[in-house]
Design a protein around this ligand. Structure first.
Ligand SMILES: *[C@@H]1O[C@H](CO)[C@@H](O)[C@H](O)[C@H]1NC(C)=O
Ligand SMILES: *[C@@H]1O[C@H](CO)[C@@H](O)[C@H](O)[C@H]1NC(C)=O
Ligand SMILES: *[C@@H]1O[C@H](CO)[C@@H](O)[C@H](O)[C@H]1NC(C)=O
Ligand SMILES: *[C@@H]1O[C@H](CO)[C@@H](O)[C@H](O)[C@H]1NC(C)=O
Ligand SMILES: *[C@@H]1O[C@H](CO)[C@@H](O)[C@H](O)[C@H]1NC(C)=O
Ligand SMILES: *[C@@H]1O[C@H](CO)[C@@H](O)[C@H](O)[C@H]1NC(C)=O
Ligand SMILES: *[C@@H]1O[C@H](CO)[C@@H](O)[C@H](O)[C@H]1NC(C)=O
Ligand SMILES: *[C@@H]1O[C@H](CO)[C@@H](O)[C@H](O)[C@H]1NC(C)=O
Ligand SMILES: *[C@@H]1O[C@H](CO)[C@@H](O)[C@H](O)[C@H]1NC(C)=O
Ligand SMILES: *[C@@H]1O[C@H](CO)[C@@H](O)[C@H](O)[C@H]1NC(C)=O
Length: 421
């Protein structure tokens, strides 16, 4: 009796909120679920509720969910069929992400929607065959490896309690969007092929890349991978990342920036707090390179995007990274402005200012705790460290490197160009 009345209360609430509800279950082993999922979204994705029940859904074609005033309850897992040749054919993915012409196989767009995967559902990218494949093929930006989940042209959207297992490429991207909250996101790029133990075959499995987006909240993230945990790219503003755990890889990235000579990249008002960056079993993932790093292309153009570029200007301003715990990362804070550069290049015009690092604890595997190699054409300004306590390896003295930095304060020793290679 209790169960039934509780169900009725839930049901009447659901009816009062949404004019219509569509509920689907998996078609079963060997079947293709793509059209089945899309017909539910087409019927209930606007002013409705779509319930995708538990189980595996075999997705074989690209999908865009256009959602408005709507909720999707994704209890199940969208399992993307690992037909590499098919997905690498450019007509079989979307190219909605401008930067580096990256490909997407699944796009969420629209306004005022929630996709809640209830900590049970999400995406399986079936990445292992992709990672194996790319140990013997060259990776290039824009080569068509698909982003697992792309939020594009979305306003007032929430993605909640979502798991992405084995993304072939970036786990998430948010582009051309405003007011998007991700609350609860697991990204897990873990190689299980013993042939590659001890190697990083998980290049480009970024947790998320943000681009041309404003007011983005990244709450309660857990990212395992071999590249950027989160990467804030051009025109990301008012970003909050809170309670983020990065397991292996390169750490939190600002960049790469300045790839497009004709575009300024602006990255402003970014708060990252309650961040843990930790080294994991080196058979599984050998890298834990940085806590946080900042990178721009040099001031000289070499080739053109998606793979080449450089020469772009812009500004990274008002960034706070606080309450950070590091476990055995190589270089806790790193900044360089010669990504893909060559000796003799013009210095980058892109400037970093008002960067704040507060309440950091933990240990590094090298004694280079801070390495800021800023551009002579745009020196870094106002770099503040507060309660910044990262220990070098036992028996070593901390080294802090500052090149072209104006007004650094708060480090426990001098920061100058001594020791810079
Ligand atoms: C998914 O559907 C494709 C196309 O019908 C099929 O080849 C493949 O075996 C299916 N995968 C699964 C796991 O059922
Ligand atoms: C947003 O969508 C919800 C349904 O999820 C609806 O109840 C609400 O009225 C919508 N808000 C606006 C401003 O349209
Ligand atoms: C790419 O996919 C399109 C559409 O499915 C198809 O017409 C074309 O032949 C494919 N190209 C290759 C090289 O397979
Ligand atoms: C973005 O979404 C709006 C509606 O929300 C739509 O009118 C517009 O065409 C979309 N733009 C693109 C490039 O998809
Ligand atoms: C991550 O992926 C590995 C390899 O597939 C798997 O063994 C592990 O359970 C996954 N971890 C989580 C938290 O899902
Ligand atoms: C932090 O995020 C993890 C998921 O990555 C979650 O399990 C945990 O409860 C969150 N902690 C807080 C204090 O919200
Ligand atoms: C960022 O925004 C500025 C001005 O708002 C614009 O000039 C610039 O081209 C944008 N950059 C990108 C990468 O879109
Ligand atoms: C700097 O960024 C923080 C978010 O970290 C924001 O609250 C604050 O308003 C920004 N300051 C200015 C001057 O825009
Ligand atoms: C690290 O992972 C490898 C491969 O799965 C496993 O054999 C080894 O026992 C793990 N080491 C530790 C310390 O957990
Ligand atoms: C530069 O830093 C080193 C230690 O890293 C210190 O010994 C030296 O005195 C510093 N030089 C200047 C000019 O501050």
């Amino acid at each position: 009796m209790f169960t039934i009345s509780a169900f009725c209360v839930f049901f009447s609430l659901a009816v009062s909120t949404f004019a219509k509800t569509c509920t689907i279950s998996p078609l079963g082993p060997g079947k293709d679920d793509t059209d089945h999922v899309m017909s539910a979204i087409t019927s209930c994705g606007q002013n409705g509720n779509t319930v995708i029940q538990a189980g595996n859904y075999n997705i074989t074609k690209k999908m865009t969910w256009n959602l408005a005033n709507s909720q999707v309850d994704l209890f199940g897992t969208l399992s993307f069929n690992p037909d590499i040749t098919y997905w690498l054919n450019a007509s079989n993915t979307y190219r909605v992400i401008f930067i580096q012409s990256q490909a997407s196989w699944f796009v969420l767009s629209g306004k005022n929607f929630t996709v809640n995967a209830h900590n049970t559902g999400g995406i399986n990218g079936n990445g292992q065959p992709w990672w194996n494949f790319y140990t013997s093929h060259t990776r290039r930006d824009g080569d068509g490896r698909p982003v697992a989940l792309t939020v594009f042209n979305a306003t007032s959207a929430t993605v909640k309690n979502f798991k992405i297992q084995s993304p072939p490429f970036w786990c998430n991207a948010v582009a051309n969007s405003v007011d998007v909250t991700y609350d609860g996101m697991l990204c897990n790029a873990t190689n299980a092929n013993p042939a590659f133990f001890g190697k990083n075959i998980l290049v480009n499995t970024d947790g998320i890349d943000t681009y041309r987006s404003d007011r983005i909240n990244l709450l309660n993230w857990d990212v395992t991978g071999g590249d950027d945990c989160m990467a804030f790219k051009g025109n990301s503003s008012n970003i909050v990342a809170r309670n983020v755990t990065c397991r292996g890889g390169l750490g939190i990235a600002f960049g790469s920036l300045g790839q497009y000579a004709q575009l300024n990249d602006l990255v402003e008002n970014v708060l990252v707090e309650d961040l843990t960056v930790t080294r994991i079993n080196s058979s599984i993932q050998p890298l834990a390179l940085q806590g946080v790093y900042f990178k721009t292309w040099s001031g000289t153009v070499h080739g053109s995007p998606p793979t080449g570029g450089g020469g772009g200007g812009g500004l990274v301003n008002n960034v706070t990274i606080r309450s950070v715990t590091l476990d055995r990362v190589d270089k806790p804070v790193n900044l360089y402005q010669n990504n893909n550069g060559k000796t003799g290049d013009a210095p980058s015009k892109l400037r970093f200012s008002n960067l704040n690092f507060a309440d950091w604890t933990g240990v590094a595997t090298t004694n280079t705790i801070v390495d800021l190699a800023c551009s002579s054409a745009a020196p870094c300004q106002n770099i503040a460290f507060t309660n910044f306590k990262i220990a070098p390896p036992a028996g070593q003295a901390s080294s802090f490197i500052c090149v072209n930095v104006v007004n650094e304060k708060g480090l426990s020793g001098p920061c100058n160009a001594t020791g810079h290679s």
